[in-house]
Design a protein around this ligand. Structure first.
Ligand SMILES: Cc1cc2nc3c(=O)[nH]c(=O)nc-3n(C[C@H](O)[C@H](O)[C@H](O)COP(=O)(O)OP(=O)(O)OC[C@H]3O[C@@H](n4cnc5c(N)ncnc54)[C@H](O)[C@@H]3O)c2cc1C
Length: 393
């Protein structure tokens, strides 16, 4: 905190990873913040989450990097084929593979504490906003209103803020693209190492050990036929394409998972948006750019959005210019994300997938000045922060 009396007030809609990080970033920049969440509690849909060095640089800049590392396990994104062969990606550094695996619920809990629980309104869903001279009025589902100078919509892929700000851009199901995942306590199934496999029939997945000894497993399928059976059964069917039909570790982990712990998602995409902001309203995170999890970076990139908003709005003489600068940075960056992500998605072979994936993560974590587009890290403490975050991973 700067110690100065807050000049601006912000309403952030959504207490997911991005909304909460935006709350922290704005507060650190001296802005008075209220985060409005429609759910009665802070929930983290999902299981494990990979945070890359660019997100860790943001958390370092916000002063919570060490706390985030304390709930995570340093891991590496390296792929195998179903026979167990490592798919090599020559030309990239070890750093291009490194990420921190965290438990989503622990991360949102930590972020909520950093925002200050007293600054979060639960059971307060967004209804509508009205911009007027000098500010914005936000109407909430409990009948109350909030007045602020800036509104941030971080309310996820089905964003109601986006529906008003950029009408006609509903989230779309990515047909045939599904994900199953769970975190299971270790013990029952021996897991000696992490394993991510690019299998047959559009199936990908594997398992990663977490910092508390439990195991995060995940299975994805592109071009899936219509689903039948329970989510656990669906995941088990796909695991056959990752373990050559053998009864391997992944299959055993899925079998050991109680049905109610298996999360299934039909992958949802937000189309490229013509604009992300108005004079007083901005979108961040999945509300602006929900993407396929095959690049496992939606939250990591959304954390960048949060940092950039905090830096620009906190330093702003006028909010509309700050939001315009935010949009000018973000739209080209996500256009490039979309190109690199498409290259991963449409890879013809597992080897190509591994190469395109690593090319994407290399680009994402490479400091500004060394890549084609200016990124959020330029607004943080400088390019060296990203490299430091990698060393501390
Ligand atoms: C299978 C899978 C694996 C993934 N793995 C990774 C990974 O390893 N690494 C990574 O970086 N990303 C990953 N992602 C992407 C990541 O999960 C998302 O990008 C991220 O969670 C988005 O966060 P968010 O805060 O923008 O949105 P959300 O997490 O959707 O949060 C939105 C919040 O807004 C609230 N809300 C919604 N509507 C309203 C309303 N009207 N009023 C008030 N509140 C509202 C919701 O209740 C919720 O709390 C993965 C995604 C999937 C599907």
């Amino acid at each position: 905190m700067t110690g100065k009396a807050p000049v601006l007030r912000a309403v952030v809609i959504g207490a997911g990873i991005v909304g909460l990080t935006t709350g922290v970033a704005l507060r650190r920049a001296g802005v008075d913040v209220v985060v409005c969440e429609r759910a009665p509690e802070i929930r983290a849909a999902g299981a494990g989450l990979g945070l890359w060095a660019n997100a860790l640089a943001v958390f370092d800049g916000l002063g919570i990097g060490e706390q985030v590392r304390a709930i995570g396990k340093p891991s590496e994104m390296r792929f195998h084929d179903p026979s167990g062969r490592l798919l090599d990606t020559p030309g990239f550094d070890a750093e291009d593979h490194r990420y921190l695996l965290v438990h989503r619920a622990k991360l949102t809990g930590l972020l909520a504490d950093a925002v200050g629980r007293e600054n979060i309104r639960l059971g307060a869903g967004f209804c509508a906003f009205e911009e007027h001279n000098g500010g914005v009025t936000v109407r909430l589902t409990d009948g109350s209103t909030e007045e602020a100078e800036v509104l941030v919509g971080a309310d996820g892929a089905y964003s109601a803020v986006r529906a008003q700000l950029v009408p006609g851009t509903p989230a779309q199901e990515h047909r045939g693209h599904h994900a199953w995942r769970a975190i299971v306590p270790a013990g029952g199934v021996a897991v000696a190492e992490n394993r991510l496999v690019l299998g047959t029939n559009g199936c990908r997945g594997g398992y990663v050990r977490t910092h508390d000894g439990s195991v995060y497993w995940l299975v994805n399928q592109f071009r899936s036929p219509p689903l039948t059976g329970t989510p656990r059964h669906q995941a088990l069917e796909r695991a056959r394409h990752l373990e050559d039909g053998r009864d391997g570790v992944l299959t055993r982990l899925i079998r050991a998972t109680p049905e109610e712990l298996v999360l299934h998602n039909h992958v949802v995409l937000v189309p490229p948006l013509p604009h992300w902001v108005s004079a007083r309203v901005a979108l961040a995170g999945d509300a602006a750019h929900a993407m396929s999890p095959h690049i496992t970076a939606g939250a990591t990139l959304g954390v960048e959005d949060a940092a950039l908003l905090g830096a620009l709005v906190g330093a702003a003489d006028d909010v509309p210019s700050a939001l315009a600068a935010y949009q000018a940075d973000r739209i080209p960056r996500y256009a490039r994300v979309a190109e690199l992500s498409a290259a991963v998605e449409h890879s013809a072979t597992p080897q190509e997938f591994a190469r395109h994936y690593t090319a994407f993560s290399h680009w994402m974590i490479t400091p500004p000045g060394h890549r084609e587009q200016p990124g959020a890290a330029a607004c943080l403490a400088g390019a060296h922060v990203v490299k430091q975050s990698l060393r501390h991973l």
